[in-house]
Ligand binder design. Structure first.
Ligand code: DHB
Length: 520
């Protein structure tokens, strides 16, 4: 069964979702109280019901990961709240496509000082979710790319952001699902958390929630997903692929509930997605930027990849937002600067004091500031960002060292190539990708669900955010996602945080308000 590891569970119950096993027990909670500081800095006393480590499939492969927590507010600042019909924040904490577990959380957002890798509980360092503890095989990626999952998010002041906590204090129900991830390996050496396990698990968790309509608090038709980086990619994918039959067999194999897995809205921060096209997009964006050691990457490889991007971008036939015409490799720099980067810098500078703005502009003379607007060139913007984070190819590494090589492992093979270019570079010009890969790549990519054959059951509301200094992937990845959703008539709220890096969330309060607006 296509490398999901689902078959290794050997459970006779596979495919038969026991309705009893998947019935939400509304009495199985503990009541907790906590103080949550909202995005405006105000403290709120929150009393809530905490439902812990509920296995969300009838035939789990690994219950440590295939379980979810539910937090339901009952009293906020002394006033009773009824969350029966409240929106549901479905907050994954996946980082680096690693396993993510909520099994040991002590409260919403991981609770106080939760275990490493838990949402909100870990340190704000990039390593917070890079050590998912349980699996013998869990190891940081050899390439040095690290996970900074859902709650490795930092605000503009460098403080931690916990969307689950903010949502709870706003009166929403919070569901925090775990999911299998790429490093999990069983006693036989089988990698059972490689693609597409994580998305199958998140869909199963959504199905669990929806199948418990009327039992589980919250409006199951108003599920808003959130995630960062790999978690942002999975959040986008959850939104794009809602109710796609392509996952049915895999969902049946783990005993997922028989219910819709469509979600109402997607929140995605720095989504690391469209992986099979990301090497080309990366070189188009960062190809001429130095690496952190000051060297430039192999320019012949970079150029090859860049031309792949041109071809891919043309094939998408996307138009830019706000009347910008066809998006191509030739005009995408212009588009990014005008649509995203200049408005981002403008917002940033406008919010500064006159003295701070003057100082920033003096230190960054590439920005022309006039009439309350920032203007600059793409070339100067690239110079301003500086070192690129990754080498080339950024995702399908020639030596199989990237986390994504492991993500597309299969069976007892830990890591594989997933692009023809890197495969042939290593194995010769006639090498072919393993035959399962095209289908697996499709199951991991939101773009085909928006462009090739638009999915009518996709989310229609998109909140997409990215730091301008984030070079974990190309800036075109988020912008293409936004353009594809926009072309279908969906509501798209997409902006870039000026000078912020990977994992930033500078406007969490606005996201919480956006949920209220779209679910109203
Ligand atoms: C993440 C970061 C990456 O650079 C990547 O390639 C995949 C995932 C992450 O932070 O989740």
């Amino acid at each position: 069964s296509s490398g999901t590891g689902a078959s290794s569970g050997g459970s006779g119950a596979a495919g038969v979702a026991s309705s009893e096993a998947l019935t939400f027990d509304k009495d199985a909670y503990t009541t907790l109280t906590t103080t949550i500081t909202d995005a405006d800095g105000a403290d709120h006393d929150v009393e809530y019901r905490f439902y812990k480590a509920i296995t969300y499939v009838a035939a789990p492969v690994d219950e440590k990961y295939q379980c979810l927590n539910v937090s339901v507010p009952v009293r906020i600042d002394g006033t009773a709240v009824d969350a029966t019909d409240a929106p549901i924040l479905f907050a994954n904490s996946v980082g680096g496509y690693m396993p993510s577990s909520v099994a040991d959380a002590t409260g919403v957002g991981g609770g106080g000082g939760g275990a490493t890798g838990m949402p909100g509980g870990g340190a704000p360092s990039a390593s917070a979710s890079a050590s998912p503890s349980s699996s013998a095989s869990a190891s940081a990626s050899a390439s040095g790319e690290v996970a900074s999952g859902g709650n490795g998010m930092v605000n503009a002041q460098g403080g931690m952001v916990s969307l689950p906590k903010l949502a709870l204090a706003a009166g929403y129900v919070v569901v925090e699902p775990g999911a299998r991830g790429r490093t999990l390996v069983d006693a036989d050496g089988t990698y059972y958390g490689v693609a597409p396990a994580a998305i199958v698990d998140l869909k199963a968790a959504v199905r669990y929630v929806r199948s418990n309509k009327g039992r589980i608090p919250g409006d199951v038709d108003r599920i808003v997903s959130s995630g960062t980086s790999a978690g942002g990619a999975l959040s986008s994918l959850l939104g794009a692929s809602g109710d796609s039959p392509l996952y049915d067999r895999l969902l049946a194999a783990i005993g997922a509930a028989d219910a819709s897995d469509a979600i109402f809205a997607t929140g995605a921060w720095c989504p690391i997605t469209d992986l099979e096209h990301a090497d080309g997009a990366y070189e188009w964006n960062w190809g001429s930027n130095p690496t952190s050691s000051g060297s430039t990457v192999d320019q012949a490889v970079s150029k090859d990849l860049r031309s792949q991007f041109a071809e891919y971008q043309a094939s998408l036939r996307l138009k830019g937002l706000n009347g910008f015409g066809a998006l191509t490799a030739r005009n995408y720099d212009e588009y990014l600067v005008r649509q995203y980067m200049e408005p981002s810098a403008t917002r940033y500078l406008a919010a500064l004091s006159d003295a701070d703005r003057t100082a920033y502009l003096a230190a960054n003379t590439f920005i022309k500031w006039s009439g309350g607007r920032a203007r600059f060139s793409w070339a100067d913007f690239l110079t301003h960002v500086g070192a690129r984070k990754k080498s080339t190819p950024a995702f399908d590494a020639f030596d199989l060292s990237a986390g994504e090589n492991n993500l597309f492992g299969k069976g007892t093979t830990k890591a594989r190539h997933f692009t023809l270019y890197s495969l042939r570079h290593e194995s010769g010009g006639s090498a072919r990708l393993d035959s399962d890969l095209p289908a697996t790549l499709h199951l991991m990519n939101p773009m085909p669900f928006l462009t090739q054959k638009p999915n009518p059951h996709r989310t229609k509301h998109w909140w997409i955010r990215l730091g301008t200094k984030d070079s974990d992937t190309s800036h075109t990845v988020s912008a293409n996602l936004a353009a594809a959703a926009n072309a279908l008539g969906d509501e798209v709220d997409h902006l870039y945080y000026w000078d912020e890096g990977h994992g930033a969330n500078s406007d969490p309060g606005d996201f919480i308000k956006w949920i209220a607006k779209i679910t109203n």
